[in-house]
Design a protein around this ligand. Structure first.
Ligand SMILES: NC(=O)c1ccc[n+]([C@@H]2O[C@H](COP(=O)([O-])OP(=O)(O)OC[C@H]3O[C@@H](n4cnc5c(N)ncnc54)[C@H](OP(=O)(O)O)[C@@H]3O)[C@@H](O)[C@H]2O)c1
Length: 334
């Protein structure tokens, strides 16, 4: 009998999740049926949406999440032994998963990892996976940035934001990032080529934009929501476009927070604001990953990962990510 470990919710989160809110359990896995694989996790992803999906937080439930895993047994022809696969199976080190064409799934169907060549496997959870697709299509399809425009990104030093800013730069925009520490700001400016970056904890966002974008902002990629986003939206210029990707500033709150209204700017500056889910572009996954991989190989896009060691430390990585400890993508090496 194959054994698996899974991390379950021991206590429903109150505000910021804490280590005591999780516990590890062991279970026996069933024998494979047709259309199933047995996969061993190599990297587990920790992502903000795991905090936002509050209806999935039940005591005893396996914590939701994705992982990249090695197929060690297979009764599914399209998923051969030895290949790597990304699946949304939660925080588990071994999984028996249905991967047939009609298999039910959470977030996204199981996907084989394409040949990454010399690039690390963990990137299939980051720039060459869901966050990369989010950045690529969420910026290019929703905001349609043009050469010479001013693009602002919040959560700029994270998995999605760090890629958004670099794509905007490649498209000829002046790029301004907001992130939560001086070290992150330094990285954005010195390594990633952001034209301006500010620590939102020690700078007034409106004043920073007056200085860095005196004529206003054309494109805003919003990862955080709340008051910072109101300040940025109220600093936009005519026909500005806003891509609403995330609202992490409110994920730990039980009641939706209030922020300065944005309707005046929306009306008088004739702004366009659109929310999206990355899965909208599932059919164009290969196109997005192919372009990102090419930019990485050409040295046009850089990535960083904050890697935590050990399956048992997944809650620690998650709690730390929500508190801003990660630079780039936060992953756990199992
Ligand atoms: N719509 C979609 O399909 C989609 C897909 C993927 C991700 N998302 C969203 O995109 C956003 C970024 O995700 P990610 O995976 O790239 O995460 P990430 O940026 O790598 O990590 C989260 C970061 O959020 C920042 N943060 C935490 N609390 C904050 C607060 N109160 N105000 C401002 N920033 C705060 C922290 O950085 P600082 O040090 O800068 O505070 C932290 O490092 C999230 O909101 C996520 O839900 C949406």
């Amino acid at each position: 009998m194959v054994k698996a470990r899974r991390i379950v919710i021991a206590r429903v989160f109150q505000g910021e999740p804490r280590l005591e809110d999780f516990r590890i359990e062991e279970e026996d896995l069933p024998a494979l049926r047709d259309g199933q694989i047995l996969a061993e996790a190599v990297y587990i992803s920790v992502d903000p949406y795991q905090r936002a999906y509050k209806n999935m937080h039940q005591v005893g439930a396996t914590m939701i999440g994705s992982q990249v895993a090695r197929i060690v047994e297979s009764r599914a022809a399209d998923f051969p032994v030895g290949r790597y696969v990304v699946g949304y199976w939660g925080w588990r080190d071994r999984t028996v998963a249905d991967v047939g064409p009609d298999a039910p799934y959470f977030m996204s169907p199981a996907m084989l990892v394409p040949d990454l060549g010399e690039l690390p496997l963990s990137l299939s959870l980051g720039v060459l996976g869901m966050p990369g697709i989010t950045a690529y299509f969420g910026l290019l399809e929703v905001c349609k940035p043009k050469k010479g425009e001013v693009a602002v990104v919040s959560g700029a030093a994270g998995a999605v934001g760090s890629i958004v800013g670099q794509i905007a730069r490649l498209k000829g925009c002046k790029v301004i990032g907001f992130a939560g520490s001086d070290a992150k700001v330094k990285w954005l400016k010195e390594e990633l080529g952001f034209h301006h970056a500010f620590n939102y904890k020690t700078n007034d966002v409106t004043e920073a934009l007056k200085q860095a974008a005196p004529d206003g902002v054309d494109v805003y990629f919003d990862n955080v929501g709340g008051e910072m986003s109101s300040a940025i939206i109220n600093s936009m210029r005519e026909y500005g476009r806003i891509s609403v990707c995330g609202a992490i500033s409110g994920y730990n709150e039980s009641n939706l927070p209030k922020a300065t209204i944005i309707q005046h700017a929306a009306i008088f500056k004739q702004l366009r604001m659109e929310g999206f889910m990355y899965i909208r572009w599932h059919d164009r996954w290969g196109e997005g990953i192919g372009q990102l991989m090419q930019w990485i190989r050409e040295g046009k896009i850089k990535y960083h990962e904050t890697v935590t060691d050990g399956f048992q430390n997944t809650p620690k990585a998650f709690v730390g990510m929500l508190q801003g400890e990660n630079l780039g993508k936060a992953v756990v090496k199992v």
